[in-house]
Structure formats: structure tokens, C-alpha cells
Design a protein around this ligand. Structure first.
Ligand SMILES: NC(=O)C1=CN([C@@H]2O[C@H](COP(=O)(O)OP(=O)(O)OC[C@H]3O[C@@H](n4cnc5c(N)ncnc54)[C@H](OP(=O)(O)O)[C@@H]3O)[C@@H](O)[C@H]2O)C=CC1
Ligand SMILES: O=C1OC[C@@H](O)[C@H](O)[C@H]1O
Length: 388
């Protein structure tokens, strides 16, 4: 245990355990063997860490464009096998499932190739660069009877499920308006980050906006129209949205119209050019009889508060790190990604996961992202050259 996690443990045992989780005491005799495409920054958080305390999974291999990079990454993260290329990993009979955290433009090609090679795929968000790409991936996964999951990890965490239950559960009345902020300060990502690269499918909409859109669609369980979308771009980078303000309208028969006001920014300029703003990651749901707020919806395992202000009642707050149902799986310190991995493995193994994101959901999601780019006047993200 590092000195840092020891110190954290003293003040917050839950966070301390999250930082230094107990290793699994045993591994299933035939665990799901995951291969990672690319020595990606996000993989330790999203898969390698969570797999280290999931008895049904091992991270078996990594492949990178540069073999030495893959070797170093494997050494750092204790991954037993290194492949010289992504295709070599896909061709291996020792890999059952693939985690695809490549830049968005490459999601389609390498997911299609993985499915063709008979591998299940955990695919990073956004699933693709457009709905046609995702439609083809979903079709192939179905044809091959393989699992394909867009990694919207936030949905699997009890805090977000609890927030949705509060908003849609009835006592606050019907939902009328949603406000979402997802902003990160300037310099959080370097200028050459994949997020600012049009050819790789970058942009604030594909990177951050996708969460906001996904959340609103989940709360409404219907598809919106894009009423307004105004982009801000970086100097010299006119095709990439640094930030965007978006209004979505959900108009379901028999329901009040719901307006979603969304604001996201990948590099929010500093106050007076000197002081970085802290990240904003909050959602406010305004209903007929009150308001509910969740802060930190993308990373509720680190911290979060759900605030409920029902008309005529004192304001209440809740925290929800664990499901309360008697047979529910999970620990207070589990991150969103661990809950997601649980669902992915259950689905592959033919056990019903507690929550799932269907391929159809991910296709519809991409339609909204396309519509946002269209409304804003920015070009659509480029379709993969691998598209037949
Ligand atoms: N679920 C979540 O919480 C998060 C999800 N993401 C998603 O994960 C994906 C990867 O993000 P992140 O880990 O930050 O990205 P990285 O910058 O770490 O890139 C991931 C991999 O993409 C490959 N790559 C990088 N640049 C290029 C390029 N110019 N051309 C071709 N391939 C390239 C590299 O593979 P190689 O090692 O083989 O060279 C790299 O390891 C994105 O889709 C992003 O949206 C990102 C962060 C959080
Ligand atoms: O969760 C996230 O937060 C930061 C983003 O840039 C990243 O891509 C996203 O998935």
C-alpha cells in the first residue's frame, strides 16, 4: 500500500480501498481473457484495475503499434502477453474478449475486425464516428452472437441509477427540464491530444457531450431533437469543437416537453487567464414538484452528493455507493468501471446483468451526436475508411 493511499484511508476508508483494492484471492478456472488494443491511458482505470479484483476476468494481453511500447506497458501493469500488432492479438485463440480504447476514428475498424475474429468487445465511448458505423457493428455482433458494449460506465454505478430512480420515480412529479455541465479546464489535455484531432474523431461533443446526451436520453427514455447547438473552436482548429452549448427537446406523446440545456467544454479558458476553473460535472433535473441534483455524475465513486429539494419538504441529501438490494453485487469502493465490467462479464457468460446498454441504444445515441454537429454547422466526424 502506498503512503498516499494509507493517508487517504485514515480520512476516508472507502477511497483508500478504491486506491489500493484487495487483490482477488482466486481466479475462475476459465476466466474471460481480455486483450487490450493499444497502450491506452484509460485502460488501467477502466479495465486493468477492475479486472485485478474480478475473479472471472484476466487481462491476458496488450498490443500496441510499437512493440516496445506494448512491452513497457505490459511490464508496468503486469500483463502476461504482448502482441506485435492489434491483428495478431485478434488472431490469438487465447483471447476471448477485446477492450477497444483506440481513438474514436479507429473504433469502427478494430471492433469490426475483433468481431470478425470471434471476440466479444467492450468498446470505449463514443461507440464510433457516426450511427451507420455503430449500426454495422451491432449487426455483425448479432450475426456472430457476440457481446458488444459501449462503455458508458457511469450508468452502471448505483449513484446514477439512484438519481434516475429519484427523477423518474414519481414523487418529484414529471420531469420538465435538465441542465448538464461537463467542463474541464484549459491545459487538462495537451494540444496534441486525440480529443483535439479531427481526423481521429476528436471534439468536445464526441468526448464529453456524448455523456450528457446519453444521460438525458436515459432519463427520458426517448429520443430528442436538437433545437440549438453553438460550438466554440480552438484557434487554427476550426473543425474541432472545444466547447458546445446544446439544447435538446424531448417530446414524448402524453408527457410534458422536456428541455435539456447542455454545456460542455474540453478546455475552459481560465478565469482572468490566470486561474483554472475546477471541473464541472453536475446534473440538475427540474420536475413539477421539485428539483434533484447530482454532482460528479461521471466519477461518482470518488465522491458525489444527490440533493433532493421537493416542494414543501426540507432539502434532503443522499449518497449511494452500493446497491441496497440483498443479493446485489458490489462494494462501496467499486468504481463505475468495476460495475461495468461485472455487467460485461455477466452478459458474455449468459447471466443477466443488472443493467445493460443495447446496441440499438448506442446507434440512437450516435444519431443525436450527428445531429448536434449538423445543427452547430461543424462537419460530421469522418467516416472510417474501413467502411465497406
Ligand atoms: N470511459 C472513460 O472514462 C474514458 C474513455 N475514454 C475513451 O477512450 C479512448 C482512448 O482515450 P485515451 O486513453 O485518453 O487515449 P490515448 O491518447 O491514450 O490513446 C489510446 C491509444 O490510441 C492509439 N493512438 C493514439 N494516438 C493515435 C494516432 N494519432 N493514430 C492512431 N492511433 C493513435 C495509441 O495506441 P498504441 O498504444 O497502439 O500506439 C494509444 O495507446 C477514446 O475513445 C476516449 O473517448 C478516454 C478517457 C476516459
Ligand atoms: O470520463 C471522461 O472524462 C474526461 C474525458 O476527456 C474522457 O474522454 C471521458 O471519457
Amino acid at each position: 500500500m502506498s503512503i498516499f493511499s494509507r493517508l487517504v484511508s485514515i480520512f476516508n476508508p472507502r477511497l483508500g480501498t478504491f486506491l489500493d483494492p484487495p487483490k482477488k484471492s482466486s481466479t475462475d478456472p476459465s476466466p474471460l481473457r481480455i486483450g487490450i488494443l493499444g497502450a491506452a491511458n484509460i485502460a488501467p482505470q477502466a479495465v486493468i484495475g477492475p479486472a485485478s479484483y474480478h475473479s472471472g476476468v484476466v487481462v491476458q494481453a496488450v498490443a500496441a503499434r510499437d512493440e516496445n511500447r506494448a512491452r513497457e506497458y505490459a511490464r508496468q501493469h503486469g500483463i502476461p502477453t504482448v502482441f506485435k500488432s492489434y491483428q495478431e492479438l485478434l488472431d490469438s485463440p487465447d483471447i476471448d474478449a477485446v477492450y477497444n480504447p483506440l481513438p474514436n476514428y479507429h473504433h469502427f475498424e478494430w471492433t469490426m475486425k475483433a468481431l470478425k475474429a470471434g471476440k466479444h468487445v467492450l468498446l470505449e465511448k463514443p461507440s464510433s464516428n457516426n450511427s451507420e458505423e455503430m449500426r454495422q457493428m451491432v449487426e455483425l455482433a448479432k450475426e456472430k452472437n457476440l457481446v458488444l458494449l459501449e462503455a458508458f460506465h457511469y450508468r452502471f454505478h448505483p449513484a446514477n441509477q439512484r438519481f434516475r430512480e429519484i427523477v423518474t420515480g414519481g414523487s418529484l412529479g414529471k420531469l420538465k427540464k435538465i441542465e448538464i455541465q461537463f467542463t474541464l479546464p484549459y491545459r487538462m489535455f495537451p494540444k496534441n491530444d486525440i480529443r483535439f484531432n479531427y481526423d481521429l474523431g476528436g471534439g468536445a461533443t464526441t468526448d464529453l457531450g456524448c455523456y450528457a446526451v446519453s444521460y438525458c436520453r436515459w432519463l427520458n427514455e426517448s429520443e430528442p431533437t436538437v433545437a440549438f447547438a453553438k460550438a466554440e473552436t480552438l484557434p487554427g482548429n476550426p473543425k474541432v469543437d472545444r466547447a458546445m452549448k446544446v439544447n435538446l427537446i424531448f417530446d414524448s406523446p402524453g408527457q410534458p416537453q422536456v428541455l435539456a440545456e447542455i454545456n460542455y467544454d474540453l478546455a475552459r479558458p481560465w478565469r482572468f487567464g490566470l486561474i483554472p476553473y475546477i471541473p464541472q460535472t453536475g446534473i440538475k433535473a427540474i420536475c413539477e414538484n421539485g428539483v434533484a441534483i447530482i454532482d460528479n455524475f461521471p466519477g461518482p465513486h470518488l465522491f458525489h452528493t444527490i440533493t433532493i429539494a421537493e416542494n414543501g419538504k426540507p432539502k434532503a441529501t443522499e449518497k449511494c455507493y452500493k446497491f441496497t438490494e440483498p443479493n446485489a453485487v458490489g462494494e462501496e469502493w467499486w468504481p463505475t468501471y468495476r460495475y461495468q465490467l461485472e455487467a460485461f462479464v455477466n452478459q458474455v457468460r449468459g447471466r443477466t446483468p443488472q443493467l445493460w446498454i443495447t446496441g440499438e441504444d448506442s446507434v440512437a445515441q450516435m444519431k443525436v451526436l450527428e445531429a448536434i454537429y449538423e445543427k452547430s454547422g461543424l462537419e460530421p466526424r469522418p467516416t472510417s475508411a474501413y467502411m465497406s
